[in-house]
Design a protein around this ligand. Structure first.
Ligand code: SPM
Length: 292
């Protein structure tokens, strides 16, 4: 795969046909093949260091906080007491960094399949990894996420699946079996949040996932955040709750100026939380199943 040409990294994929994100490369910092995927880290001229897995940008240092804060705080602040948290994927440490800001948290298990991702991110993304990976509440397990949750029942208050896209190594994390296993691994009233692709590009796929989840969980919703270096500039998150009373639009704990300062937030606050759950009209009909 020729990822870099004339000093530009170009991200093309059949998941976003007819478009490409290009970032100008300053320096290649790492390029290794793990047993699972091709891992590239480069320093870009304008967006900081960039993590690329199998040719797909996972994040840039310039906008990672949008993805990681939304995924973590929308799910965590939708649960009344999130003490035990499982992160599946997320070997870059971004979600762990955010989840560990919640004072209620007692234990976080990060289950990452690819040890090499953790190793590379420790070296090149200290702003994501350093606080989280030195926190005694965090335990990293190198294992297949689906196999790990299969062995756990009634254990976690929140499960966050921070996977790469629905191709290659992450595909099982988008299937019915995985969602049923998550339901069993969640404790009473548990909340699950998964990387949910992009509503501009994958609305049919999202509608299918929402239907699948509604057969398993009493409450299902979808949040979005702005991600300027992702195709179409948006990222979605699929949210499920075992508690029929959960309303994802209304955070259980309100985070305003005090928490923004205390937790060094750059994207999330309670207004952003509710806005993330307010779909545009055309997508609302997709979510409610009355699309053609
Ligand atoms: N911790 C960050 C991991 C990011 N996971 C990938 C999310 C999928 C985004 N899809 C589009 C990516 C295109 N660059």
């Amino acid at each position: 795969m020729d990822l870099i040409k004339d000093g530009w990294f170009m991200e093309t994929n059949s998941l976003w046909p007819g478009m490409a994100m290009c970032l100008k490369v300053d320096e290649i910092l790492a390029h290794v093949k793990s047993p699972y995927q091709d891992i590239l880290v480069f320093k870009s001229t304008n967006h900081g260091n960039v993590l690329v897995l199998d040719g797909i940008i996972q994040f840039t240092e310039a906008d990672e906080f949008s993805y990681h804060e939304t995924m973590s705080h929308v799910s965590m602040n939708s649960h009344p007491a999130p003490r035990k948290v499982l992160i599946v994927g997320g070997g870059d440490g971004g979600v762990a960094r955010e989840v560990l800001k919640h004072p209620e948290v007692e234990e976080v298990i990060l289950c990452e399949i690819d040890e090499k991702v953790v190793e590379v991110c420790k070296k090149h993304f200290p702003s994501l990894t350093s606080s989280a990976f030195s926190n005694p509440k965090l335990k990293i397990i190198f294992a297949d996420g689906l196999e790990f949750i299969r062995k756990n029942t009634n254990r976690f208050d929140v499960i966050i699946t921070d996977s790469s896209d629905n191709v290659g190594v992450a595909t099982p994390l988008f299937g019915e079996e995985y969602y049923k296993l998550m339901k069993s691994a969640l404790a009473t009233g548990g909340v699950a949040c998964s990387q949910g692709e992009c509503f501009w590009l994958h609305s049919e796929f999202i509608a299918k996932m929402v239907t699948l989840c509604r057969d398993i969980f009493p409450v299902v919703d979808f949040a979005v955040c702005s991600m300027p270096t992702y195709p179409s500039g948006e990222q979605g998150f699929l949210l499920c709750s075992l508690d029929p009373k959960t309303d994802f639009k209304i955070p259980v704990r309100k985070w305003g100026a005090k928490e923004v300062a205390e937790y060094n937030l750059r994207y999330y606050n309670s207004s952003v939380h509710s806005a993330a759950l307010a779909p545009p009209e055309w997508f609302r009909s997709v979510l409610h199943g009355d699309h053609n």
